[in-house]
Design a protein around this ligand. Structure first.
Ligand code: ZN
Ligand code: ZN
Length: 214
């Protein structure tokens, strides 16, 4: 499996494209930050997307997700516990970008995701597959996508970053829950597991565990 990262939109959210090398089928993760740029990158790679998955439903990750999925001809998937955030996209935009921002950007509540995820679900693309890890704390329905390989790979969203963790002051955020998701789920993965975060550069579980200040 190959991983491609493309920073998208004003918040530089990482769109992550997981490619099954033999079949060229791909999972697109968090491509909604900028549908045009995500679409162009997918076209340039020449992969065939099978699903658009979200690490969580904060506006910087799903702003244009409905448009992108329609263009790609795939379903949107999000953890069930982030459905309220998904449905309140305009309110998120107003809260973070200022009053009037949703109207100015033309952001409206889009169609619900066609696929709701839960812990332990397995998503298949070609000969490859990832497991859904429910990682609440940054948002109620945050997930990681775990690929068990050599090394393992996890797409962590905003739960864990290189040199940091996700904020917990947004809707449904909870610091203690976040620490459990990191300590009891992510930090039990092998040290050489490569972590692709929602923003910024990649890291490893071992590096973040060694530098973890909490
Ligand atoms: Zn977030
Ligand atoms: Zn984010």
């Amino acid at each position: 499996m190959k991983v491609h990262r493309v920073p998208l939109g004003p918040y530089e959210t990482n769109g992550v494209i997981l490619e099954d090398e033999r079949t060229r089928e791909a999972l697109v993760v968090d491509g909604g930050g900028d549908a045009d740029s995500a679409y162009q990158r997918i076209q340039a790679l020449g992969v065939r997307p099978v699903l658009h998955v979200h690490t969580h439903a904060h506006m910087d990750h799903c702003l244009q997700s409905v448009a992108l999925a329609a263009r790609l001809g795939v379903k949107n998937a999000v953890h069930a516990d982030d459905l309220p955030l998904w449905r309140n996209l305009p309110r998120q935009v107003e809260a973070l970008m200022g009053p009037g921002a949703a109207a100015a950007l033309g952001v409206t509540s889009g169609a619900d995701p066609e696929l709701l995820l839960k812990d332990g679900d397995v998503l298949t693309f070609g000969d490859s597959k990832v497991e859904v890890m429910h990682l609440p704390g940054h948002s109620p329905g945050g997930i990681g996508l775990l690929f068990r390989g050599t090394p393992c790979v996890v797409v962590s969203g905003d739960t864990l970053f290189r040199d940091g963790v996700g904020r917990t002051d947004l809707w449904g955020g909870d610091w203690n829950v976040l620490l459990v998701s990191i300590g009891q789920r992510l930090f039990t993965l092998p040290d050489d597991t490569v972590v692709w975060s929602g923003h910024g550069a990649e890291t490893t579980i071992g590096r973040e565990k060694a530098n973890f200040p909490y």
